[in-house]
Design a protein around this ligand. Structure first.
Ligand code: 13P
Ligand code: SF4
Length: 316
């Protein structure tokens, strides 16, 4: 509509005025995906935030992502268009809970998923995302006990892939991905037996799919457990015509855009992250105009969290 194109024009003008870029996660609404300078998964966006020469980063994603950008680039202004864009998974562990857990396992190495607060990262040795979690754990000596947090499904996936026995897993979950159950995937697969499965490791169905794959019940060559960035890569490279997508449904916009001749079916069409959907064109414009909401991390916490985030950016 006219209104929409006017807002987009204004966003472009303000971006120039501020020397700003827009980073957007794959779960953002289509309008935001379409105007992003960089669209990607958590790891790609953290790397883009570290590398950009822009003065201002408008983070179209959720709070922990903007915090990570602020820690990587303290000299830049990081804006989150809606302060309520949080994450249920990041909320599943506090720094106090982590300190207690560490006290129960003295000497253990702490590996935290990037979906955590800056305070939790400051208590961690390594950060990881879904695209490099296996490599990060494999980079830690075999005899070293590991505390992995906060996602239990990603934790089980990593434990299974690495064969690591000395890894304790926090029992947190993302309410959106936990709600994608084995029944959802099986239901769609029954109607589309030829489809390839793209499953995010945060999903409730990821654990059972690993089992079904190992038992030969799900075809191994057609079952892929991947980060959102790697799902996009796989859907481009694969020769399959149909895909069952087990993650937040926002990514399907990008899959369809990049592969107009292929079909993408949501495992659970209700897998919608309310936090990711809080970012709108209007709020992005207001963020640029009014320089809000600035996300910064206290220097002491940022310094303590930086090593674990640098390791995440460097590996995988
Ligand atoms: P990735 O895009 O890194 O796979 O992460 C998924 C997610 O839930 C981010 O909030
Ligand atoms: Fe957090 Fe889940 Fe939303 Fe990702 S999809 S931002 S993990 S609540």
């Amino acid at each position: 509509t006219d209104m929409k194109s006017r807002i987009i024009e204004e966003i472009q003008e303000w971006k120039q005025k501020r020397n700003a870029i827009l980073l957007a996660h794959n779960y953002q609404i289509p309008e935001i995906q379409d105007i992003a300078d960089v669209l990607g998964d958590s790891l790609a966006l953290a790397r883009a935030a570290a590398d950009t020469t822009a003065d201002v980063i408008v983070f179209c994603g959720v709070h922990f992502m903007a915090e990570t950008a602020a820690i990587l680039s303290p000299e830049k202004t990081i804006l989150l268009p809606d302060l309520d864009a949080g994450c249920s998974l990041a909320d599943s562990i506090t720094a106090d809970q982590l300190r207690d857990w560490k006290a129960q396992h003295p000497g253990a190495v702490v590996v935290s998923y990037v979906n955590t607060s800056a305070e939790v990262k400051a208590e961690s040795d390594y950060c990881c995302t879904s695209s490099n979690a296996v490599e990060i754990v494999n980079s830690i000596p075999d005899d070293q006990e590991i505390l992995f947090l906060p996602d239990m499904f990603l934790g089980s996936f990593v434990k299974n892939e690495t064969g690591r026995e000395n890894m304790h897993i926090w029992m947190g979950e993302c309410h959106v991905h936990a709600g994608i159950a084995p029944d959802h995937v099986e239901g769609v697969l029954e109607k589309h037996p030829e489809a390839e499965l793209l499953i995010h490791p945060e999903c409730g169905c990821s654990t059972s799919s690993m089992y079904l794959k190992s038992e030969g019940i799900l075809p191994a060559e057609k079952t892929h457990i991947l980060s959102t960035g790697n799902m996009l890569k796989r859907s481009k490279e694969s020769e399959a015509e149909e895909f069952i997508v087990a993650t937040e449904v926002g990514i399907i916009h990008q899959m369809e855009k990049q592969n107009p001749d292929k079909r993408f079916l949501a495992a659970n069409p209700n897998a919608v992250c309310p936090f990711m959907k809080m970012i709108t064109l209007e709020k992005v414009l207001a963020a640029l105009k009014e320089n809000k909401h600035v996300i910064s991390v206290p220097e002491e916490i940022a310094n303590q969290a930086k090593l674990s985030i640098d390791r995440m950016v460097a590996i995988g």
